[in-house]
Design a protein around this ligand. Sequence first.
Ligand code: SF4
Length: 435
Amino acid sequence: MTTMQDTQALVGRGNREGAALFRDWFAELDTTAKSGGDAAYVFVMGSINEILKTFDLPVVFPEINSLQTAVRRVAHEYLEEAEDYGYSPDICGYVKADVGTQLRGGEHPMGQIPKPTITVLTNACNTYIKWAEIWERMHGTPTFTIDIPGTRQEGLITLPGQRDFDADRKYVEVQLRELITMCEEITGTKFDMDRFKEVLGYANTMSRSWNRILELNAASPSLFNALTDGTIYLGVANGLRGTKEGAEYFERLVEEMEYKAANGIGQTIEEEYRLLFVGVPCYPIFRRFNELFTDWGGTFVNSTYLWFASGGTNRGFEYDLDNPIESLAEGVLISVRDAMDSMFHQNAVLADMANDFDIDGIIYHPIKSCRTVSTGLADGRKHMSEQLGIPSLFIESDMMDRRVVSEAQMKNRIDAFFEGLASRRQQELTEPKVR
Ligand code: SF4
């Protein structure tokens, strides 16, 4: 039997605890920066936290630092500093906010950000490679780039046991072994296999839980907002990956979601329209952006963002602790490839999501400063409308730059979209069924 006390303790717990862990993580970075300690700069699509945490290296995600400047409404200051320094208004806003942070000696609304001792990146976004070169120039930071073979053609995904997959897995494994050697040299610490397995175990719990949480949101009403709540969960999924705290957090989040599902407790609004979100959120007006949909009873039940910005951990891949390095290579290949697929080959993924989550519409949000995510969205939308008849909305703005965010224009388009959904629903109710 459930009680009012259970509900009060459980519902919203993930948001409260996630925000606290997020603050703790930044407090640790602040302490590291002030003491001049080591830190690894990484990216959300293939952070390789599993190796870095084995060496107890604090991890910095510059993408997350940058989006935090937008959420806290100071991104324009950082962007302008980077543009004054010489960076083009056209390039990725995350890069420019980070350049602004570096120029300020790490000063950031969440605390001071330490300088990088090592940068680890994958080829999941071409910008990562040029971004790391900035730190090489600014700080002389050694960079380790891991080349992850992507899907060659939509629908043709290689699987473990197939020759091509095994060759790709081996290719990733060789690179991971080189990274371990580099970390040993930089930290002066021998790689500890037992510690590594412990980290992998925590990462397994997080992946399994994240996969379950996403699956549970197919409930009606949906349990959490993929845009707003989801961003809090993503912060922990990235920053605390491979840690005991991260694993416990996600186990508790599953408990909360299962409780909500069992008791029919949905989001904070009455769910009228279930939506999918494609792209990166509009962080400069994050709360308002979400309200433009929730005011109509629109709820975001899933998004491609929750997939690629978790580095593909949505797949729920679990490492084999008896073959840790080989299994890490397999997991990195599967997860990062999946993250890339959810940006570059997303039609099939969206069609599945639309079906599994009983979707009323898809919101495409291409953004000026991220071509990686935005290129091809117009074609994708055309395909989804023509082939599957799913209503969709295409609105453009930015994830960082408030100069290209027009709230009034977006509101007009969003209102018209919901009016269309309402009349479509009305028509479905009144039209006689064809037998
Ligand atoms: S994926 Fe987009 S936002 Fe992220 S680093 Fe690449 S260009 Fe920037």
